[in-house]
Design a protein around this ligand. Structure first.
Ligand code: ADP
Ligand code: MG
Length: 464
């Protein structure tokens, strides 16, 4: 980028800094999700840039502090990824633009499941629902079937069956998606039920505002008058004593009146740190459903469904490659797919394995599971009970040649190595031999069920 060559101080509308910021914003949005992005990153403005330093302004001190403790490190790292000359991000509160009610409302528009804006003094507050986060768009597999079934049950039933519903699981595994899906479903099927969905951050933020404006009565009333209250990421409330206390009372008030409460967190109730015992125990009273890390099948299913939604033609081997390589979380997986599709649309390049590896170099590196050709050879030999030296030998008997072809195939799809590279690792064979092996294996996968099973199992064991 142009900025790297410039050394003088300059205003942000010259040079590459604004473009860099736009790119970083895109990346943060993909990673953090729209809601978090809108609340915390979008309100930041680029106010200044000198060599080595970029200044960003937040509209309030609260936001500045929050961004500083939660996102600053990430912003700095991402900036360095694209422009290594930037080593300092200066976060300031910009006095000239006090955050207005309008701005707060924009960051936190109230969305009720019935679709009406709730019109209450103090511009009260849920979070917007993402129209893509519906049950229809949720791909169900073993790791998430319990959470899915529980969410659907709560959304469908007119009476409260388990209270609260507590959904938990790691980052990017679909908690927020399921919560929005519940809200959308109720909005459609029970339009009279009043639903508020909001993140725990926002709950906290609103509570602090209410305290500041001495508006806590209205605050309490807001929450206690709903039929369904959903609070996402409650782990954020831990440690914050007054907010925790308030949340506990709200929670009790609703549950006592038999109103549905749905809560998500990154840990089970008993593992939530910094949370009072009585609250932990109450959170575990209803149904606790966890979402397990994704399996290869689920990731592949999600990619297929997503590509279909986007109307994009993505070759199967690319989807398989992504499902294999990006196992961290679904958000990254989607982000990767979006990136290759966007890239292909923008520069008119066909989507294939090579371009995928090219476009996603940084992401793949971060997710690198370092499966090597050596690992593959070793595992295949164990599986078929042959000697490791048979991988390099020139023996052509079927019981050796077939496993060797399988190992070549796996090397091709599971490592970034080229055909000639792979050939060299198999006793100095030619790249056309490797290509032939890949084709042969693909052919057998289609025609021989048992063969396909062997291959799937092998692949699975290399995946972990
Ligand atoms: P969490 O709240 O657990 O961190 P999200 O619900 O925000 O995760 O999910 C991250 C992204 O992954 C979202 O875009 C969501 O739509 C997608 N996603 C997660 N699980 C699934 C799934 N089973 N099917 C389809 N999309 C999913
Ligand atoms: Mg979430």
């Amino acid at each position: 980028m142009g900025f790297a060559q410039q050394s003088q101080s300059h205003t942000p509308d010259q040079g590459g800094i604004p473009q860099e910021w736009a790119l970083i914003c895109q990346r943060l949005q993909a990673e953090l999700g729209d809601a978090t992005f809108r609340s915390w990153i979008a309100p930041l403005t680029l106010t200044n840039a000198t060599s080595g330093m970029v200044q960003l302004a937040a509209p309030t001190r609260f936001m500045r502090d929050w961004v500083a403790s939660n996102f600053l490190e990430k912003i700095r790292n991402y900036w360095q990824d694209i422009n290594p000359t930037i080593d300092t991000i200066d976060l300031i509160v910009k006095a000239g633009t006090p955050v207005s009610v309008a701005q707060v409302a924009m960051a936190d528009p109230m969305v009720v499941a019935s679709g009406e804006e709730v019109d209450i003094e103090g511009s009260f507050i849920g979070s917007t629902l993402d129209p893509r986060f519906t049950f229809e768009n949720f791909v169900v597999g073993k790791p998430n079937e319990l959470a899915y079934a529980a969410a659907l049950r709560v959304a469908e039933s007119a009476t409260v069956q388990f209270n609260p519903l507590f959904l938990y699981g790691g980052v990017g595994l679909g908690k927020t998606h399921l919560m929005h899906a519940i809200a959308w479903h109720i909005k459609k099927c029970h339009p009279n039920r009043r639903v508020i969905y909001l993140s725990a951050e926002k709950f906290m933020y609103q509570f602090i505002r209410a305290l500041r404006y001495k508006d806590t009565v209205a605050f309490k009333e807001q929450f206690r008058s709903v039929d369904v209250l959903m609070i996402d990421d409650v782990q954020f409330i831990s440690g914050k004593d007054t907010t925790q206390e308030e949340f506990f009372h709200t929670f009790n008030a609703l549950v006592d009146r038999n109103h549905q409460v749905i809560v998500s967190a990154d840990k089970s109730p008993s593992d939530l740190e910094g949370m009072e015992e009585r609250l932990k125990s109450r959170l575990g009273w209803g149904l606790v459903a966890d979402i397990h890390p994704t399996s290869y099948e689920l990731r592949l299913g999600i990619l297929q469904s997503k590509a279909e939604t986007l109307n994009a033609v993505v070759p199967k081997d690319v989807l398989e490659f992504l499902a294999f390589k990006i196992a961290s979380n679904v958000r990254e997986l989607e982000g990767a797919l979006n990136r290759i599709i966007a890239h292909s649309t923008l520069v008119g390049r066909e989507i294939n394995l090579e371009m995928t590896q090219d476009v996603l170099r940084d992401l793949l590196k971060a997710n690198d599971r370092r499966v090597t050709i050596d690992d593959i050879q070793k595992r295949v030999c164990e599986y078929f009970s042959i000697k490791l030296s048979d991988m390099q030998s020139s023996r052509r008997s079927q019981n050796v040649a077939r496993p060797r072809q399988i190992a070549m195939y796996l090397s091709k799809i599971l490592t970034p190595r080229s055909l000639p590279d792979i050939g060299r690792k198999f006793g100095g064979r030619d790249h056309t031999t490797v290509l032939h092996a890949v084709k042969k294996v693909e052919e057998l996968m289609g025609s021989d069920k048992e063969f396909l099973e062997d291959l799937t199992i092998l692949r699975r064991t290399l995946e972990v």
